[in-house]
Design a protein around this ligand. Structure first.
Ligand SMILES: [Zn+2]
Length: 302
């Protein structure tokens, strides 16, 4: 084979892989999503994931198909001698997929979920303002600092089931960090009716076109979120009680992750305490968890 033919053959091979791999992935995902989850999985998530108990039927169906893809694609690795069970896999998958019910993307860059039996130690290096680097050892219940893996303590994941409605959920917290870092922006709104052909649209109409059906710029949304964060910082500085865990005052990323926990774990309370923050999270996730709880209240009084 001449070098030219070899180069062309390699180029064709690379091209075929570039085109073929995503297609193969899409087909494999569609096949996984079409498989119904075993009935035992459904009862596990009802028991361990209070936030999904009141999902409307169509959302529940979508959650289960997202979970099937997540379970087929992501590797779960037990750490410190932990044997990962189906219960662990299903519980974590349900929490992860709840966050993307209204969003595009399937944690595409995530390869593995590392599960520790309890809180775990990590050692990293921190640099102070003078540039001095020191080693630090911390005990964590979860971590999401790399796009390819998320680390969780199973004991802490179960805390959300033990204390529903308290706004604590380490898995939601870490997967929220993941989505934040992933940078896919706000969830797309439901499709709006098609616009008339371009030439029939006057400039005036376009300027006045309602924001409805349009995803606004993430920067604009982030500026609104930063205002909510500043309000929390002020409250913490004044020593006031805060609805959000004061850990949210750490930085904007923690604020978003902590607020996400409350959005799904105690949505009605979050909407009452911080209506604007609730709206901003609705924009990010394209979901309205407070309305699921309203359904629960109606069922209870019926
Ligand atoms: Zn965090």
């Amino acid at each position: 084979m001449t070098p030219v033919i070899a180069i062309v053959a390699i180029a064709i091979g690379v091209l075929a892989w570039l085109i073929g791999a995503p297609l193969w992935r899409v087909r494999r995902r569609a096949a996984a999503m079409a498989q119904p989850l075993p009935a035992t999985t459904a009862s596990v998530i009802d028991r361990n994931v209070p936030a999904v108990r009141n999902l409307p039927p169509e959302q529940r169906e979508r959650l289960e198909s997202l979970m099937a893809a997540f379970l087929a694609e992501k590797e779960f690795i037990g750490c410190n001698g932990l044997a990962v069970t189906d219960e662990m896999r299903s519980t974590i998958a349900a929490m992860a997929c709840l966050l993307v019910l209204g969003r595009r993307g399937h944690y595409d860059a995530l390869h593995s979920v590392l599960v520790y039996p309890t809180a775990f130690w990590v050692e990293d290096e921190v640099e102070d303002e003078a540039g001095v680097v020191t080693k630090r050892r911390r005990v964590l219940s979860g971590e999401a600092w790399e796009s390819s893996r998320i680390i969780l303590s199973w004991e802490d994941v179960l805390e959300a089931a033990r204390h529903p409605g308290e706004g604590y959920n380490v898995a939601l917290h870490e997967f929220a960090h993941y989505l934040d870092a992933e940078g896919l922006g706000l969830a797309a709104p439901p499709p709006s009716p098609p616009l008339p052909p371009a030439r029939e649209r006057s400039h005036e109409v376009r300027v006045r076109a309602p924001a409805e059906g349009r995803v606004r710029a993430v920067a604009e949304w982030a500026a609104d979120l930063a205002e909510e964060f500043d309000a929390l910082l002020d409250a913490v500085d004044r020593g006031q009680y805060t609805f959000l865990d004061p850990y949210a005052a750490e930085d904007e990323a923690e604020f978003f992750a902590v607020a996400t926990e409350d959005f799904f774990e105690r949505p009605v309370e979050l909407r009452t305490a911080h209506p604007r923050l609730y709206e901003l999270l609705q924009e990010f996730y394209a979901l309205d968890p407070a309305s699921w709880r309203a359904g629960e209240a109606e069922m209870a009084t019926a």
